[in-house]
Design a binder for this molecule. Structure first.
Ligand code: GLY
Length: 370
C-alpha cells in the first residue's frame, strides 16, 4: 500500500512517497541523497515525543546518524527568534552544503525548516516528513517555505523545493480528531477546485477515511498530492494557476486574523468555511448551480467539520472589518482582491472581478445567521 507522486520541476524534481510506516524505512529512502551518513532533524517538542525515536531507529537501520533540535509546538514558533535558533543550531551542527536537513513535523516545522535550509550556506537540501494531514497534502509539497512577520503570515520566506517527501499515513493515527479533520479541509479543497469525481469519492469514503481506513487515507493523500504536484509543475512560483490552491483562503485568512491564529479556528477549519463561502459567493454571482454550495456544506457537516461562521465561537468583526482583513491578503494586486470562485464542483478559477458589495452582503448574511 505505497504510492509515489513525482513532482516534475527539472533538476529540482522529487518524489513524494505515501503510505503507512514509511518512517521505519526512512534511512533506506534518504540514504541515496546523502554524501555522508548523518542528518540534522528539526522538529517540535510534541512530535519529538511521539515520533523521534521511530525516526532515529528508521535512520540507524540504514547506518545513518541523527542529531535533532525540538522547537516549541505552535504557530508562534514560526517567527524570527526560533528561526534564528534553528539556523544557528544547524551551523553549530556543522551542516555542510551537501548534507540534508530533515523537517519532522506539521506545517510550522516544515515551513521553518525549509526556510532554514533555503538560507543556510545559501541553500542546503532538505527532506520533509510531514506528520499532520494538512502538511502531507499541502504544505510539505511545492517548496513554499517561510516564517510569519508581525505584519502577517508567511511574509518572510523563499521558494525552496524539498529533495524528498515521506508522507507516512500511519503517523496520522496520532493526530487529535480535530487536527485530522482540519487537514481534511485541505483534502476537500482539491476535489472542489479541480476534480469532481474526487469530491464524489470523498462524499462516499470521507467517513471511513476519518475513522482510520488506511487504504482510503493513502488514496486521498495521493490524489491530493498528485493534484498539487501537477499545479506546482505548471506554475511553481504562483504567477497564475497555483493561486487555485488558495480556494477558500481569502476568507480563511481574514477569519484566522480575526480569531488570532489560535485554537478558536485552525487553518484547515478556516479553509473549509472559506470553501463553503466561495461556493456561496459563486452561486450568488450566477457562476455555479444553487445546489453546489448546499452540497459542499452537506459534506463538511457530514464529516463533523466547521462549515459556517456560526461554528466559530466568540465574537467576530463586522462585514466591513472582515473585508479590510481580506485586503491584507498576499493575493491582493494593485489593491484588487483576488478570489478563487467556481463554475461548479471541480471547476475553480481565479478572478479579480468580484463586486465588493456582493462580498459584503455575503458576509453580512453569514454573520446574521450566527
Ligand atoms: N498552500 C498553497 C500553495 O502551496 O501554493
Amino acid at each position: 500500500m505505497q504510492e509515489t507522486v513525482h513532482v516534475s520541476l527539472g533538476d529540482r524534481s522529487y518524489d513524494v512517497e505515501i503510505g503507512p510506516d514509511l518512517i521505519a524505512t526512512a534511512g533506506a529512502r534518504i540514504a541515496p541523497l546523502l554524501s555522508r551518513p548523518r542528518v540534522s532533524v528539526l522538529t517540535d517538542e510534541t512530535v519529538a515525543g511521539l515520533h523521534l525515536d521511530a525516526l532515529r531507529d528508521g535512520l540507524s537501520a540504514a547506518g545513518i546518524e541523527m542529531s535533532s533540535l525540538a522547537l516549541p509546538p505552535g504557530e508562534t514558533t514560526k517567527r524570527w527568534p526560533q528561526f534564528e535558533r534553528a539556523v544557528e543550531w544547524l551551523l553549530a551542527e556543522k551542516v555542510e552544503r551537501r548534507d540534508i536537513v530533515v523537517a519532522l513535523g506539521g506545517g510550522v516545522i516544515g515551513d521553518l525548516a525549509g526556510f532554514a535550509a533555503a538560507v543556510l550556506r545559501r541553500g542546503v537540501r532538505f527532506v520533509q516528513i510531514p506528520t499532520s494531514l494538512l502538511a502531507q497534502v499541502d504544505s510539505s509539497v511545492g517548496g513554499k517555505t517561510g516564517i510569519n512577520a508581525p505584519q502577517g503570515k508567511n511574509l518572510i520566506g523563499a521558494f525552496h523545493q524539498p529533495s524528498l517527501v515521506l508522507a507516512d499515513t500511519a503517523i496520522l493515527n496520532s493526530l487529535p480528531p480535530r487536527d485530522f479533520l482540519a487537514g481534511y479541509g485541505e483534502v476537500v479543497k482539491y476535489g472542489l477546485l479541480g476534480d469532481a469525481a474526487f469530491f464524489d469519492w470523498l462524499e462516499q469514503n470521507g467517513p471511513a477515511l476519518a475513522q482510520g481506513d488506511m487504504a482510503a487515507r493513502v488514496q486521498a493523500v495521493t490524489r491530493s498530492v498528485q493534484m498539487k504536484a501537477d499545479i506546482v509543475a505548471r506554475d511553481e512560483t504562483e504567477q497564475g494557476d497555483r493561486a487555485l490552491l488558495n480556494l477558500g483562503h481569502t476568507f480563511c485568512h481574514a477569519l484566522e486574523s480575526a480569531t488570532g491564529y489560535g485554537p478558536r479556528l485552525l487553518h484547515g477549519e478556516g479553509v473549509a468555511i472559506g470553501c463553503a463561502l466561495a461556493f456561496e459567493l459563486s452561486s450568488r454571482l450566477g457562476l455555479c448551480a444553487q445546489e453546489d454550495p448546499s452540497r459542499v456544506r452537506a459534506h463538511l457537516r457530514a464529516m463533523g467539520m466547521k462549515t459556517d461562521l456560526a461554528d466559530i465561537e466568540g465574537d467576530l468583526p463586522d462585514a466591513d472589518a472582515l473585508l479590510d482583513l481580506m485586503a491584507q491578503d498576499k493575493k491582493v494586486i494593485d489593491g484588487q482582491l483576488r478570489f478563487i470562485l467556481a463554475r461548479g464542483i471541480g471547476d475553480a478559477f481565479v478572478t479579480s472581478d468580484v463586486p465588493r458589495d456582493g462580498v459584503r452582503k455575503l458576509l453580512q448574511d453569514a454573520l446574521a445567521a450566527r
